[in-house]
Design a protein around this ligand. Structure first.
Ligand SMILES: [Zn+2]
Length: 479
């Protein structure tokens, strides 16, 4: 990994904190028309917070989605600020919103991607109503505060800030809000990238949800995690067939018995932990056999794994350890309909998440070897490949530069997140996609994502906006 340039060498964009409590800064552009104005981060954060509260009130739960209402809200804000926005209806009441802030075209465009839909929330389980969009105890509450209306509004606000400053941009900035992410993106990111690739043909970089500033329970940042790739999704179904009969006379090799024996072996191996003996050889195998960026990424991880403190820091963390191992979670079991009848068929569904670089057939062969019963049929229910983006880019350099400024001593690490996002649709268009939301999110807050009481503290939100603005300005503003 390399860092291009240093803070001192980038006098083109001098960021000067004004004295006193106000977080106003001046962005000056040497060599470009002297049309710059002060950035008042406090004011911008207040505006973003207000917009997020309004946006959270719009119920875009999928299914059914109704993301058109959210898209119209975002479009209205863009239009009020003099940015033309287009809506694309992908299905009834479901829309994408697309807008572009023009730059000189000297460099290729950067896309600010966000999804408008949210997962369901059962109001009775929440301390405050999930679509109230209100602030309680300095926290912004609502379904989508973290996933991902919060970051969507940060992207929007940063774009508006640059527009109002009237600074010269080297790149166009594209804002794209999409529906349907939480259920696969067929009516959102997939639709848009397949129907309108021409609207993204000049794009080089894309910001999306994914990782964030990984923070301990003490609130201290551990590292800025930038996800350049994601675990690949492999859903398997194991089916055993056998003789059916009356349960008063047991059948040794019935479908249920054989499936139970197979699953017992499988759950003994998965989920693996980072200290499992197979983990480092698995990582090394990928780094030895795959091209960049996987080669460089995994060889770094193999080095890190030699450090006991590093391993100790992740082994008891479900999220961090899932980033480094292939996993298999047993989720659905089906067999039988009556207690006294031995069924002729039994099946299990397993959600496997493979490290990028691990092939589907290789993993299935591994599973079959573990269960060691050739009569059990293995079928693939789903196979989704996330792809991987280059990690040595100008955008990564901008993130590192801002990290050094905002959080001195905290490393920036490319990471592979255990979950799946819409980035893979855009990687197919050769766009470098990073999942990175510059919020310091504690593990207990992270649990509210897709859970109950989803919320983001106002101060975490404000500093996230400031960091994101700085990153976007560094990569897009003319120098
Ligand atoms: Zn999301």
């Amino acid at each position: 990994m390399r860092v291009r340039g240093s803070i001192l060498s980038t006098l083109m964009m001098a960021v000067i904190f004004a004295a006193g409590a106000s977080a106003a800064v001046h962005v000056q552009h040497l060599g470009s028309p002297a049309k710059s104005s002060a950035v008042d981060f406090d004011k911008a954060a207040q505006e973003a917070t207000k917009m997020l509260c309004e946006y959270l009130k719009i119920d875009t739960t999928v299914p059914p989605g109704n993301e058109k209402l959210g898209a119209e809200y975002l479009a209205s804000v863009l239009k009020q600020n003099g940015i033309e926005a287009q809506l694309f209806e992908t299905a009834p009441n479901r829309s994408c919103v697309y807008a572009r802030l023009k730059g000189s075209g000297k460099k290729k465009a950067v896309v600010l991607l966000n999804h408008i839909d949210v997962v369901p929330a059962v109001a009775a389980d929440w301390k405050h109503p999930p679509f109230s969009g209100e602030i309680f105890d300095n926290e912004i509450w609502g379904r989508g505060a973290l996933d991902m209306k919060g970051f969507g509004i940060v992207e929007l606000e940063a774009m508006l800030m640059l527009k109002r400053q009237g600074v010269k941009l080297d790149r166009d900035i594209i804002f794209l809000g999409t529906p349907d992410e939480e259920v696969g993106g067929d009516y959102g990111a997939r639709w848009f990238t397949e129907k309108h690739p021409e609207l993204l043909k000049d794009a080089e970089f894309l910001f999306n949800e994914g990782s964030h500033i990984i923070t301990g329970s003490d609130g201290k940042p551990k590292f800025w995690g930038v996800n350049f790739s994601e675990k690949n999704v492999l859903w398997l179904k194991l089916t055993a067939n056998g003789q059916a009969g009356h349960a008063s006379m047991p059948i040794r090799d019935s479908a249920t018995n054989r499936l139970a024996r197979a699953l017992e072996k499988l759950v003994a191996v998965y989920p693996m932990t980072v200290r499992s003996p197979q983990v480092v050889p698995d990582l090394k195998k990928i780094s030895d056999s795959k091209p960049e960026p996987l080669k460089g990424y995994y060889s770094q991880v193999v080095e890190d794994m030699k450090n006991n403190d590093y391993v100790a820091g992740i082994e008891n963390d479900r999220m961090l350890s899932s980033m480094l191992v292939n996993t298999a979670s047993l989720t659905v079991l089906k067999a039988g309909y009556k207690t006294n009848v031995i069924p002729g068929e039994a099946s299990a569904e397993i959600d496997c998440r493979l490290l990028p670089g691990v092939e589907k057939d290789e993993f299935i062969a591994h599973v079959q070897k573990i269960i060691a019963d050739p009569t059990i049929k293995t079928s693939v229910l789903e196979w989704n490949v996330a792809g991987a983006s280059d990690i040595q880019t100008d955008l990564m350099s901008s993130i590192k530069k801002v990290a050094a400024e905002e959080s001195p001593g905290t490393p920036v690490r490319p990471v592979v997140v255990p979950w799946f996002t819409d980035s893979h649709w855009f990687r197919k268009l050769n766009i470098t996609c990073y999942g990175f939301e510059p919020f310091e999110i504690k593990p207990e807050l992270l649990a509210s994502m897709h859970g109950i009481d989803e919320r983001i503290p106002v101060n975490v939100y404000s500093s996230g906006l400031r960091r994101f603005y700085k990153i976007l300005a560094d990569v897009a503003v003319a120098k």
